[in-house]
Design a protein around this ligand. Structure first.
Ligand SMILES: [Zn+2]
Ligand SMILES: [Zn+2]
Length: 367
């Protein structure tokens, strides 16, 4: 079968013939439909990070998938041939309590594997086999958007992490004032940022988005068309707003930039929580006012917390939210997947990232 893979030492991905996956007892075989390209893939290529499976010199990339079950060797599971599924990313270490209770995203040993990232082939291939516990069934009406379930699951988990911290400063069912909508800031507007914005809107926050795009820019316009204020980080806009109206109870970081992130802490309100989802790579020294940062965190009960990956419950929730978003924001949702390419055209999306791209998908359907 065809697969898009990265070889050790290579600076570019290639489309190659690889052996068909074996569907072992207890597994199901999935035919790929959509597989999303993400910043992590680009990072791995750029930095030549290839954590290959044992005994191999290449890794099939791709960790955001949507496929169709074509064969099942798992008679006890509720998946049937023809069902649409989205796969989880991480696979259990088999040793720790987190993994053994289906919370692989919180693996204690670090000996987990990740499909398309770390020691296991991903979903940029015509077929892949997996055990049903890592596959989430998708309603057919969501086929057009379900490839977004993985990035959305990451934001669902991040908001759950935030909620667990924010619940400690919720009194009598409310945060600062009974009935008041609290402010949330989303930093960055890639797929995670935009999906996170819709999610926080749905959760009842007054959402603001922080970015560096000029007026008229494609992504900025999409956000502004939702009626969401766009704060331009290149001006004093965020600082002025915080001075005038107070900070944000919740900040969702989706930039992957450490120099931006520590600055964001200044925009937190009292009792505020910031969740980080981006992973900056390589060493970088950033200058921060450590005393103010530490004093604010202590004096005003702030929390800065990281969140990675997602567990099955987040994928189920992500699919529910996708259905809600599709109904409430059809225009925006029809524009998040900004381009689709056939596997043979792989060189175009991997060669460069268009500034307007939000989510680019490799479409493995044969038609
Ligand atoms: Zn990703
Ligand atoms: Zn583990």
């Amino acid at each position: 079968m065809q697969a898009i893979l990265l070889r050790q030492g290579a600076k570019q991905v290639e489309l190659a013939q690889v052996p068909d996956p074996q569907c072992l007892p207890g597994q199901v075989l999935v035919q790929a439909l959509d597989s999303g390209i993400c910043g992590t893939d680009r990072e791995m290529i750029q930095r030549q990070i290839v954590d290959v499976p044992r005994g191999r010199d290449y890794l099939v990339l791709g960790h955001e998938g949507l496929g169709k079950v074509v064969q099942t060797h798992a008679p006890d599971c509720d998946l049937q041939v023809g069902d649409l599924v989205v796969p989880l990313v991480r696979r259990s270490c088999g040793q720790c309590n987190a993994c053994n209770t289906h919370h692989v995203d919180y693996c204690y040993t670090g000996k987990y594997t990740e499909r398309g990232i770390h020691k296991q082939d991903g979903f940029f291939s015509e077929f892949y086999a997996d055990s049903p516990q890592y596959l989430v069934k998708v309603p057919p009406r969501l086929e057009d958007l379900a490839v977004l379930a993985e990035p959305l699951s990451v934001t669902v988990k991040a908001t759950r992490v935030a909620a667990s911290l924010l619940n400690r400063v919720k009194f009598g069912g409310f945060y600062s004032q009974p009935g008041k909508r609290e402010r949330a800031l989303v930093a960055g507007h890639g797929a995670i940022g935009i999906l996170g914005t819709l999610l926080l809107l749905e959760q009842g926050f007054d959402v603001y988005v922080l970015g560096r795009r000029p007026r008229g820019d494609f992504q900025r316009t999409l956000i502004e068309q939702l009626g969401i204020p766009y704060l331009d980080a290149t001006t004093s806009q965020p600082t002025d707003l915080v001075k005038r109206e107070g900070g944000f109870l919740l900040i969702l970081e989706a930039t992957g930039l450490s120099e931006v992130t520590f600055q964001l802490a200044n925009y937190l309100s009292r009792n505020g929580t910031m969740v980080l989802t981006g992973v900056p790579r390589g060493p970088k020294t950033v200058q921060i006012d450590g005393n103010t940062l530490m004093a604010n965190i202590v004096r005003t009960n702030q929390a800065i917390v990281g969140s990675v990956n997602a567990y099955t419950g987040c994928f189920h929730k992500a699919l529910e939210y996708l259905a809600v978003f599709k109904k409430k924001h059809p225009q925006l949702m029809s524009r998040i997947i900004t381009a689709r390419y056939k596997p043979e055209e792989f060189e175009i999306p991997f060669a460069r990232k268009d500034r307007d791209d939000i989510k680019v998908v490799i479409d493995f359907r044969k038609d």
